[in-house]
Write a new protein. Structure first.
Length: 218
């Protein structure tokens, strides 16, 4: 695993404290509903954020030139999509390949690439994940239902406040004719953290499969 080269951020900033105080005030006074805020957060955790990363990964799967740019300077390649900003200023893409799997953690806090993955899931910030991802990464993956072949090398990367990682999973077999939009449906948030794999082509929820062959004429 890598050695953190930059300091971690393990305290709330003034702005975050202000946001929390404002949120509590608005809820207490009845101006906003906690449920509405939860929905908003869920949107960024599960929909908007990871959909950005999925577009980056899908492009890397279909476009060799883009893949090379992503490997050379992930921050710039991701910015081609307009995905820039806080927590995404210094991105590194970690390319899975047959026999090599990457897992990302922030051992001290919750450093996470917001522009491409949104807000970190609760488990990513939990002490058990942060410690066990380093001590027993295969056990962590097993908890997620992911069993890698014993011969697969597992590389754990520790995020820092200045360096964020995006795992580029391997492209599922049987998707040769798929468009980037179709491929993006297979790419889960967890597959871009390393705690999961992309969906199989036939299990993608709502995945627009290639149009079926026309039925033979009667
Ligand atoms: Fe951190």
């Amino acid at each position: 695993m890598t050695t953190p080269a930059e300091p971690h951020r393990n305290t709330l900033s003034d702005m975050e404290l202000r946001v929390l105080a404002l949120e509590k005030l608005l809820i207490d006074k009845g101006y906003v509903e906690a449920r509405a805020l939860d929905l908003l957060i869920d949107t960024y955790e599960h929909r908007v954020g990871p959909r950005n990363g999925a577009k980056v990964v899908a492009r890397a799967w279909v476009d060799a030139d883009y893949r090379a740019r992503l490997a050379a300077d992930a921050t710039a390649a991701i910015a081609e999509f307009g995905y820039t900003g806080r927590q995404g200023e210094h991105m590194v893409a970690l390319f899975n390949e047959p026999g090599v799997h990457h897992l990302v953690v922030c051992t001290l806090c919750s450093c996470y690439p917001w522009p491409v993955l949104g807000l970190p899931p609760a488990w990513y910030k939990s002490a058990p994940y942060r410690s066990r991802a380093v001590i027993d990464p295969r056990g962590v993956l097993a908890d997620f239902g992911l069993e890698l072949p014993a011969q697969t090398e597992l590389r754990v990367f520790d995020s820092t406040a200045e360096l964020r990682y995006l795992v580029i999973p391997t492209r599922p077999a049987g998707t040769d004719d798929w468009s980037p939009e179709q491929l993006a449906e297979l790419i889960t948030r967890d597959s871009m953290i390393g705690t999961g794999l992309p969906l199989f082509p036939d299990s993608a929820p709502g995945a627009a499969l290639p149009p079926p062959s026309p039925a033979p004429a009667p």
